[in-house]
Design a binder for this molecule. Structure first.
Ligand code: ADP
Ligand code: MG
Length: 341
């Protein structure tokens, strides 16, 4: 009964919990690992700066636009609207492929292109300055390349969710460490981490790295909740003791997680943990009272007082008392509904 009440109460608050076990396990969480884009940030990065090489044509930009249109990534959506605003028309690119955690590749006019994260290869001199500018702005940087040649650099800025700061504060106050896991670059990661006063962060991660970090924390004996929204978070969500998906995220993230937060409201995570503690406390109270009551009452019903004062319990009253013990347990569970959380 306590669990049913707990799951129902959580649902009312916008926390959808898949099973009873998860509600019980949430109380033990001492470390939250959290994705950046779409979980701590709004997930609608806007292009703020664009630097193009002199030789890029409108058609190539059009092919870039067309390729990004096929991508589900939040970055892609904004690049598409940015290019469209610039009056670029789509041109048919082919063989479009997503490279998880990195970006996309596509072919246009028999040439291979890549758009996504910068790798470790040095940039051409002509883009050094642009790169520094974007880095200083702590922007997420997307590079467009034809083979090894850089054709453009785009800088995107995302906003931290309004509720993120409070959410992180509540968790830290409750003694829960909060680490961010992101595929984004070091600079952007550090800025978000500093802004929210996180316990720490890991940047430049591939999806399998996120899952591996979850495993490492588990190996250290931590009880881990992982919160994320993307395809790249799904393996980590599945590995964590409790996976928490954003309802605003991808289906695969929601599938892989045991908890879904409506409206992607991460301030609900600490509420859910508190509710889990209350629920388990109620279960323990119920067990205590049920046992205590029976241990006292059964000997009385069996006539233990008879030699002392001649007291015998009427079987009808004993039957009623037995039922009453169940009623107290149910009432105590329903009390959970009235608790503020
Ligand atoms: P996060 O952990 O922040 O959700 P991802 O692992 O999804 O990030 O992506 C990591 C990086 O890969 C992004 O910051 C971006 O630079 C690049 N990237 C991913 N998909 C695309 C895309 N469709 N177009 C351009 N860049 C992309
Ligand atoms: Mg994300």
């Amino acid at each position: 009964t306590a669990i049913t009440v707990g799951v129902g109460k959580a649902a009312k608050q916008g926390v959808l919990i898949k099973d009873a076990e998860t509600l019980e396990r949430l109380k033990d969480v001492n470390t939250l690992l959290v994705d950046k884009t779409g979980t701590l940030t709004v997930g609608k990065p806007k292009v703020t700066d664009a630097f193009w090489s002199e030789e890029i044509t409108e058609e190539v930009k059009g092919a870039f636009l067309f390729a990004e249109k096929q991508s589900e990534h939040p970055i892609a959506k904004n690049i598409v609207s940015y290019l469209a605003e610039q009056g670029i028309l789509a041109s048919l690119s082919e063989n479009i492929k997503t490279i998880p955690g990195k970006g996309i590749s596509f072919d246009y006019n028999d040439k291979a292109f890549f758009a996504g994260k910068l790798d470790d290869e040095p940039l051409e001199d002509s883009f050094r300055h642009a790169f520094k500018t974007l880095q200083n702005k702590e922007a997420t940087i997307v590079v467009l390349k034809a083979g090894d040649k850089t054709l453009g650099l785009l800088g995107l800025k995302d906003k931290v969710k309004n509720e993120a700061k409070k959410a992180v504060n509540n968790l830290l106050e409750a003694g829960i460490d909060v680490f961010m896991l992101t595929g984004d670059n070091e600079h952007t990661a550090k800025q978000v981490s500093d802004e929210l006063h996180l316990s720490g962060y890991f940047s430049n991660l591939l999806p399998q790295d996120k899952a591996q970090i979850v495993e490492e924390f588990i190996a250290k004996g931590k009880t881990i909740a992982m919160a994320g929204d993307g395809i790249n978070d799904a393996p980590a969500l599945a590995k964590a003791h409790v996976g928490i998906a954003m309802s605003t995220g991808t289906d695969i993230a929601i599938e892989s997680a045991e908890v879904t937060l409506l409206h992607g409201d991460i301030s609900k995570i600490s509420d859910a943990i508190r509710l889990s503690k209350q629920t388990v406390k109620t279960i323990n109270q119920n067990l205590f009272w049920a046992f205590f009551y029976n241990v006292m009452a059964i000997p009385v019903a069996a006539g233990i007082l008879y030699p002392i004062n001649g007291f015998l319990l009427n079987p009808m009253i004993a039957g009623g008392a037995m039922a009453f013990s169940s009623v107290t347990v149910v009432l105590n569970s329903l009390r959970l509904r009235l608790k503020k959380a």
